[in-house]
Design a protein around this ligand. Structure first.
Ligand SMILES: NC(=O)c1ccc[n+]([C@@H]2O[C@H](COP(=O)([O-])OP(=O)(O)OC[C@H]3O[C@@H](n4cnc5c(N)ncnc54)[C@H](OP(=O)(O)O)[C@@H]3O)[C@@H](O)[C@H]2O)c1
Length: 277
């Protein structure tokens, strides 16, 4: 597209020679109607970002929610703001995961949903910038933590003969190839989701994932309250955490009772590779 065409379509200013449009979002957010009423939901990494947006949505839909993460101050502030419980947890520390599930279960008086949202992206600029330390940290947070937390949680559900729901927060990067550990962790999460869904179908435990595109959060550095233009996203707009939360809400609700083993990619088809691309 020529610069002239861009200008005609509402370009406001030019950054480093690249036309930048001023884009705002007009998203549809379903009005709360108690669709998660009675659900008891544990969310890892719920103090900020996508986790906090999900927690807020789930509480608004009638769920009892417990958020967790390493930063107690952030957790406390978010929990007070939205009206949920909190408990500190570092998902890299596998020695505390069983105890955490047991504590969270007792605080919620019987948890039935787990959202594995805690994640880091260390944004190594190239393949050659990946070190054993950055590799291990991303594996330990994004993959190993969620794996063993889910193992502990499903063991509890099976013991108590409870039905349940596990939701992983994957990423659009898991849908493509990558040269960095972040993408490997999300591709592995997608595999795990499908495997666990098959494993637990007879026990009434559903396992799904949402795979967001580039969304406003500290991880990406994009703000939700500014110009949302991003040429790299399919709609040329940065996604908002509330959009991801809406999809997550559906997957945790009984309205999606026939859905398991699915990775719902929230990026308007950006990672689909059609023949004509
Ligand atoms: N934003 C995007 O564009 C995007 C796209 C695709 C997927 N995702 C995924 O969405 C999830 C949330 O990311 P975000 O964008 O909301 O980023 P964020 O704002 O940086 O939030 C990350 C969350 O993870 C928690 N966390 C990180 N390391 C942890 C650890 N070792 N133990 C426990 N909690 C930990 C953080 O809490 P503490 O710092 O308090 O521990 C924080 O609550 C991640 O899994 C990410 O991969 C994000």
């Amino acid at each position: 597209m020529s610069l002239k065409q861009y200008l005609k379509r509402g370009c406001r200013f030019i950054l480093n020679g690249v036309p930048v449009k001023n884009i705002t979002a007009n998203i549809m957010y379903l009005q709360p109607n108690g669709r998660l009423s009675g659900k008891k939901i544990i969310i890892t990494g719920g103090g900020k970002g996508l986790g906090a947006a999900m927690a807020e949505k789930f509480v608004a839909e009638g769920a009892s929610v417990l958020i967790s993460g390493r930063n107690e101050k952030t957790l406390k502030e978010t929990a007070e703001r939205i009206g949920c419980k909190y408990f500190t947890l570092d998902v890299q520390d596998t020695s505390v995961l069983n105890k955490f599930i047991s504590e969270a279960d007792s605080i919620l008086e019987g948890a039935d949903c787990l959202v594995n949202n805690a994640g880091i992206s260390l944004h190594e600029p190239t393949f050659f910038d990946v070190t054993p330390e950055t590799f291990d940290a991303q594996i330990a947070t994004n993959l190993r933590g969620g794996f063993f937390l889910t193992q502990s949680f499903t063991r509890l559900l099976l013991k108590e003969k409870r039905k349940g729901n596990v939701l992983f927060v994957s990423s659009e990067t898991g849908e493509t190839v990558d040269i960095r550990p972040y993408g490997f962790t999300k591709a592995a999460v997608n595999s795990m989701v499908q495997g666990l869904a098959c494993l637990f179908v007879k026990d009434g435990i559903r396992v799904n994932a949402i795979a967001p595109g580039i969304t406003a959060s500290d991880m990406t550095g994009f703000k939700a309250n500014g110009n949302l233009f991003l040429a790299g996203n399919a709609t040329e707009r940065i996604y908002l955490p509330e959009e991801v939360a809406e999809t997550a809400c559906f997957l945790l609700s009984d309205a999606s009772g026939c859905v398991s083993g699915q990775v719902i990619v929230c990026n308007n088809g950006k990672t689909i590779n059609p023949r004509w691309k």
